[in-house]
Design a protein around this ligand. Structure first.
Ligand code: CA
Length: 227
């Protein structure tokens, strides 16, 4: 399974990472809600483990925003609060399951596996004009033509598509795709825009699905529906 862990407590993070990796799962970590917001939408995770209380965001608020945005990835909420009222709040906000700390790791694992089996899946497919963007296979297809995207290319195109018509600055794109801790050059955004444009061109849709450069600022995706 590919699991996103959203948790800020170092001890809990270490426990979860070690335990899940020992079981052969792939684990990504966000310690801040703001990072998790985009991360969960950009990568097709099988399950998200979400802590109720985060330093910058309320786990519940985060979950509501994911669900409002159409994200259907199964979410297991972790919390120190055990009251029935809070459990109900969590489930109403769109959590699929709920576990109170401290918990038994084997129980956590069993519940994650159950959620994964039950599926629910991700926002698997999205249309961009005539093209289909598939999160599970990480492909962009038009008719019978198909291009594979790398994880970053996929995230870049998804991010632009989620804000189609709006200009996203280089630094916004850097933060949402490469993370707030990225310390390389901002030109990496331009390089990846180049890669994605080349794939749109190969699919023959670069005139209708266009990543426009906004001088000195960033990029904007413009989709012109073919008539
Ligand atoms: Ca916490």
């Amino acid at each position: 399974m590919r699991v996103l862990v959203v948790e800020d407590e170092a001890k809990m993070v270490a426990l979860l990472q070690r335990g899940l990796r020992e079981e052969g799962h792939e684990v990504d970590l966000c310690t801040r809600g703001a990072d998790a917001l985009d991360q969960a939408a950009a990568v097709p995770y099988d399950v998200v483990l979400l802590d109720w209380s985060l330093p910058d965001f309320d786990g519940i608020a985060l979950l509501r925003r994911w669900r409002d945005a159409g994200l259907r990835t199964p979410v297991l909420m972790l919390t120190a609060r055990g009251s029935v009222g809070e459990r109900v709040t969590g489930l109403r906000a769109g959590a699929d399951d709920y576990l109170t700390k401290p918990f038994d790791f084997d129980e956590l694992l069993a519940r994650l596996e159950a959620l994964h089996r039950r599926g629910g899946g991700h926002e698997a497919r999205r249309r961009l004009g005539r093209a289909r963007l598939d999160a599970n296979r990480r492909t962009l297809a038009v008719g019978d033509l198909e291009e594979s995207l790398t994880a970053r290319e996929f995230m870049l195109l998804s991010e632009l598509a989620g804000h189609a018509g709006e200009t996203l600055t280089r630094s916004e794109l850097l933060t949402s795709i490469w993370g707030a801790g990225f310390d390389g050059t901002p030109n990496v955004v331009d390089v990846y825009v180049g890669y994605v444009r080349a794939k749109l061109r190969r699919l023959g849709v670069d005139q209708e699905i266009t990543i426009k450069s906004v001088r000195g600022t960033g990029y904007r995706l413009v989709i012109t529906e073919a008539t």
